[in-house]
Design a binder for this molecule. Sequence first.
Ligand SMILES: NC(=O)c1ccc[n+]([C@@H]2O[C@H](COP(=O)([O-])OP(=O)(O)OC[C@H]3O[C@@H](n4cnc5c(N)ncnc54)[C@H](O)[C@@H]3O)[C@@H](O)[C@H]2O)c1
Length: 443
Amino acid sequence: MFFNMNKIALIGLGYVGLPLARLFATKYPVVGFDVNQARVKEINCGYDYTLEVSDDVLQSVLIKNNPFTTPPLHSANGLFCSANLDDIIDANIYIITVPTPIDKYNKPDLTPLIKASETVGKVLQKGDIVIYESTVYPGATEEECVPVLELVSGMVFNHDFFVGYSPERINPGDKEHTVEKILKVTSGSTPEIGEQVDLLYRSVIRAGTHLAPTIKVAESAKVIENAQRDINIAFVNELAKIFNILEIDTQAVLEAAGTKWNFLNFKPGLVGGHCIGIDPYYLAQKAQEVGYHPEIILAGRRLNDSMAGYVASEVVKTMIKKGINVNNSDVLMLGITFKENTPDVRNTKIVDVIHALEDFGVNVCVYDPWANAGEVFDEYGIKLLNDIKSVQRNQVNSDQHYDAIILGVAHNEFLEMDLDSLKKDLSVVYDVKGILKIYDKKL
Ligand SMILES: NC(=O)c1ccc[n+]([C@@H]2O[C@H](COP(=O)([O-])OP(=O)(O)OC[C@H]3O[C@@H](n4cnc5c(N)ncnc54)[C@H](O)[C@@H]3O)[C@@H](O)[C@H]2O)c1
């Protein structure tokens, strides 16, 4: 009964929502809904600025009309995107993939999730299932979102409508572990709904599914996956600080220790982006709410957040040791996105490195072939160098070269760059990612 009738509305067409909408659209009629009209227009034109879905793959599922309302009804697979609420009225499965950021005090900000729940509440009908994918703290779906759905729809939870939770595990920029190739955790508000939600995802996720016993278990599983990564990275970042003082090569140490079968392979670095640096705060908030003050989770966050200032001070120290005048020096930062080979600049810690360097009186030029210059300027007030020619020709202090070059992000393009041609006679190359063959210092 369930499958032939699936009409899926996907709410929030970002890094997570669009790949999922595209995947479901290979099998079901899907309407993608987003409040950002420019985003909807761009997708309907067959382009995804996040670069998570390639143009040809996207265009292969796009359809021109709403599949819920255009004959033959319920049979046409494909993706139609809209910013119009009327277009999702006839869905019976709603999947919510909106952002779950933190505010300036590092507290979870559920506003997009609440607003998306209000939107769905307005069109919810008897028997519908609402599946949340956004990362949250344990309990958020049933304690924060369900009451909104009930209030706005006037219907009763687990009687008139049902809820599921299936966290997303994609890794932006990773073309190997795409959504259908990552095992998906599923859950439902009743055992039967759990089975239905699981069946739905199993029909498109090639890697299979894991049906968790409750929504809270599924929510907890997701948030600890990222908290665990954050803590492990914090540990190697601490090691990097210790070994730098001891003048021991951290990466050589990690390589040697990594020969043991159960040594975990983590590298030091800046922890930015939308997930690893954010999600632990969701878990911490819930723990604090129930009277437990997390120590390791928040210590990991503090350590990782200190790394941008640490990188800046290491660059400056290396410059001083080489006899380079730091004040008014010109430094080239290669990369501004939060990680390699993605245009995603949200919560990038490179910006913190830039500000810390500017505090030392350094002029920082930034080049990133992946980032959108307009977005970087709007978000951070930083002007990117347009292209590699402007990196080479940049007139800095009437000299065309740089006092220091920082490899901040491991974009593939940077591996091929001739850094020597950009250096002054006396200059520093600092490698945050540990990928360069020739450098003066690395993290
Ligand atoms: N980006 C990742 O790699 C990743 C991986 C796993 C999990 N997640 C989680 O998935 C969720 C979504 O993240 P994302 O990176 O896709 O976010 P995103 O910012 O890329 O996309 C969110 C989209 O939702 C839209 N939106 C916001 N509020 C809306 C509303 N009320 N109604 C309709 N549309 C709305 C925005 O316009 C945007 O297009 C977050 O909880 C995140 O933590 C993200």
